[in-house]
Design a protein around this ligand. Structure first.
Ligand SMILES: NC(=O)c1ccc[n+]([C@@H]2O[C@H](COP(=O)([O-])OP(=O)(O)OC[C@H]3O[C@@H](n4cnc5c(N)ncnc54)[C@H](OP(=O)(O)O)[C@@H]3O)[C@@H](O)[C@H]2O)c1
Length: 339
């Protein structure tokens, strides 16, 4: 399978990425048991299908090690040049507290070692507590490490617009922010998108297919309860749906999405991803991959095979207008991590 050119984004001068990124939270253990070798074998399938870009974090179980091992096996089987085909975006999620250059560098070095790279393609920094201003020191030291060659590009995850502004005004060049953005959670539309557009910052989005809830699997189905929600991802986004408007409204959304999907010969998940990919400043949608457990490679490739029209978007927006305002309930992007 070859993805069309429209699947690619020249994200930075040196990073050409796939606009559907493979999310690796799903190998952390909270989404079912993962067999390492089967998982790494399946990483080759993603690469060969054109899904070349990985999203991971220091705390996603073995995710960084999987990238390291995948890179080793790529070199062994296909030669060193094959490494240039993959991009791996990690995160550092430290506990708040005093940040020294030594501490920051030690932690970046751990990711470099685990991922078996000389330089991190993208470091997406997360911070739990805005009252603790040490995040600015952490970013300052990471910017130094970038100058020294250990990091190619600096990015954030789950930062709200106010703090993204503070960081930008401190002279730290941020290329992207990773946030939750879906047909259920449209908070980035309130102010994040506009700020990012003004400052040439891309958004990478998660939760875009709500852990799989935005799919045929849940169309016309009774409301799933606790034990039906078998992954951390399903639990997370079911809570979001409850806050947004509940299962009945969600079924209305699924029904409209199904009609639109049928019209284009694609799936509900495709429509949900396409809608967000088309939003301004969105660089890519991250779709979680339970490596070796389940796979949607062929279906997700169809995201690049069709376009939504104004009529499709109007129908979707008409359902969204009936929902509660998550920005009012939760706050700006990432605020759900800081309550
Ligand atoms: N920065 C953060 O705070 C943060 C938070 C959450 C996630 N993330 C990132 O985003 C990634 C995605 O995680 P997520 O929790 O948002 O999950 P998600 O991408 O919304 O959902 C992933 C699940 O959706 C199902 N799926 C995928 N493609 C499908 C298709 N075409 N049709 C039907 N179902 C499909 C699969 O379920 P089955 O496996 O059951 O088939 C898959 O495991 C993570 O791996 C991580 O990289 C970041």
């Amino acid at each position: 399978m070859n993805l069309p050119a429209a699947s690619r984004l020249q994200f930075t001068p040196d990073l050409n990425i796939c606009r559907i990124l493979n999310g690796m939270w799903q190998v952390s253990g909270a989404h079912g048991r993962i067999n390492s070798q089967v998982a790494i074998d399946s990483m080759f399938k993603y690469l060969d299908a054109g899904f070349t870009t990985w999203d991971l974090a220091d705390h996603y179980g073995p995710a960084e090690d999987f990238i390291g091992e995948f890179r080793c096996q790529l070199v062994d089987t296909r030669g060193k040049d094959a490494l240039s085909q993959i991009q791996a975006f990690t995160k550092w999620v430290p506990r708040p507290g005093k940040m020294t250059k030594k501490f920051v560098e030690e932690n970046i070095d751990i990711s470099l070692r685990r991922m078996n790279v000389q330089s991190l393609d993208l470091m997406q920094f997360h911070w739990w507590e805005y009252r603790d201003k040490n995040y600015l020191d952490a970013l300052k030291y990471m910017a130094e490490l970038q100058t020294e060659g250990k990091i190619k590009h600096l990015a954030l995850t789950n930062f709200d617009t106010e703090h993204l502004k503070i960081i930008t005004e401190a002279g730290i060049k941020i290329v992207s922010n990773q946030v939750q953005f879906s047909l259920v959670d449209r908070r980035p539309e309130v102010q994040m998108i506009e700020f990012c557009q003004q400052h040439d910052i891309k958004l990478f989005t998660y939760g875009t297919i709500c852990g799989g809830l935005l799919s045929e699997n849940y169309l016309g189905k009774p409301e799933p309860r606790g034990f039906d929600l078998t992954t951390a991802s399903l639990k997370k986004y079911k809570n979001m749906i409850d806050a947004w408007g509940g299962w009945r409204l969600f079924q209305e959304l699924l029904a409209i999405l199904k009609e639109i999907a049928n019209k284009h010969g694609v799936s509900i998940a495709n429509v949900a991803a396409r809608y967000i990919l088309d939003k301004p400043t969105v660089g890519g949608v991250i779709v979680g991959a339970r490596l070796g457990v389940s796979e949607h490679i062929e279906d997700n490739a169809k995201v690049f095979s069709f376009s939504l029209d104004d009529g499709d978007r109007d129908r979707i927006n008409a359902v969204s207008r009936q929902s509660r305002d998550l920005y009012q309930i939760i706050g700006d992007c990432g605020d759900e991590y800081r309550r």
